[in-house]
Design a protein around this ligand. Structure first.
Ligand code: HBI
Ligand code: FE
Length: 303
């Protein structure tokens, strides 16, 4: 899912192109409010949409015990959303009681500034449309299954919920320091594709992997990718690719580790990073804490 392409570049032009070119964004942005939110339109979902949700939900749920972080499984259980595409207002009631987060409906990817502003206010933007059958395994932009099933369960976890708000607060500073690329890498590796070390071994907690059958298994089982201990500056230096499984995954010891790393002022870090070389994800550094030195096998187009 090429989140990076869709959000960088001239966002307004891409929205304006909607419906005309294949690079346009898919959602209907014609009725967005100033903060890019829309009404979810829960009553407009069809039985086919809800059936697609249940198929994806059941397929991923069968993998969670073996591959997912316990905190993700706990959050998903609390949300109780197997039977149909969730009504964001009901899910917001559950989340609000747990960590003060609520959900807002959006037509798809929104500009970084507005995205950061929502996170800083403990509002998570969730796309309101769901993929079509032919897109089961490979999706160009995040849909409601990626955004809700992938991202929302961990927003019920107090420490991760605090981290996501801190990330949003940092966003405005990143824009001011023209350091969005470094912050986007932090989101990509630690929100979309993060692993956590548990007493039972490595487990996936990232939304990009847990909403994808192939990558949920690949990120834990495959000998191909590197698995490297989390280090904030190392993550911010590491490039990533958007249309295949990751070649490097970073591993947390705890969610507190991520929150603590984000609690500092990034300004001096951004200045230092500007003097350091970027890191190719097929390589590792001598300073890395290596969980797995990967074989870097070939491409893994969604399986
Ligand atoms: N918009 N709706 C939506 N969802 C995202 O995950 C998202 C976004 N816009 C920007 C973005 N993510 C990334 O660039 C973040 O790193 C900011
Ligand atoms: Fe995502």
């Amino acid at each position: 899912m090429n989140t990076e392409n869709a959000v960088t570049g001239d966002f307004a032009a891409r929205v304006a192109d909607s419906g005309k070119t294949d690079t346009a964004l898919r959602g209907d942005y014609s009725a967005v409010r100033a903060d890019y939110t829309i009404d979810q339109g829960w009553d407009r979902y069809t039985d086919t949409d809800h059936a697609m949700w249940r198929t994806l939900y059941d397929r991923q749920s069968s993998l969670l015990e073996r591959y997912a972080a316990p905190e993700f499984i706990e959050g998903l259980k609390r949300l109780d959303v197997r039977d149909a595409i969730p009504d964001f207002r009901r899910a917001s009631d559950v989340l609000d009681k747990a960590t003060g987060w609520t959900l807002v409906a959006v037509p798809g990817l929104i500009p970084e500034r507005e995205f950061f502003e929502h996170l800083a206010a403990r509002r998570f933007p969730v796309t309101n449309w769901i993929r079509k059958p032919e897109e089961m395994d490979y999706l160009v932009e995040p849909d409601v299954f990626h955004d809700f099933f992938g991202h929302v369960p961990l927003l019920a976890h107090p420490v991760f919920a605090d981290y996501m708000q801190a990330y949003g607060v940092g966003g405005a500073k990143a824009i001011a320091n023209s350091a969005q690329e470094q912050l986007t890498r932090l989101y990509w590796y630690m929100v979309e594709f993060g692993l956590i070390n548990t007493k039972d071994g490595l487990r996936a907690y990232g939304a990009g992997m847990l909403s994808s059958r192939g990558e949920t298994q690949f990120c834990i089982d495959s000998p191909s990718p590197h698995r490297v201990g989390f280090d904030l500056e190392r993550v911010m230096r590491t490039q990533y690719r958007i249309d295949d499984y990751q070649q490097t995954y970073f591993v947390l010891d705890s969610y507190e580790q991520l929150m603590d790393a984000t609690a500092v002022d990034f300004t001096p870090i951004y200045a230092r990073l500007k003097t350091m070389a970027e890191v190719d994800p097929t390589t590792v550094l001598p300073t890395d804490r290596i969980f797995t030195l990967g074989t870097q096998g070939g491409s893994h187009k969604a399986a």
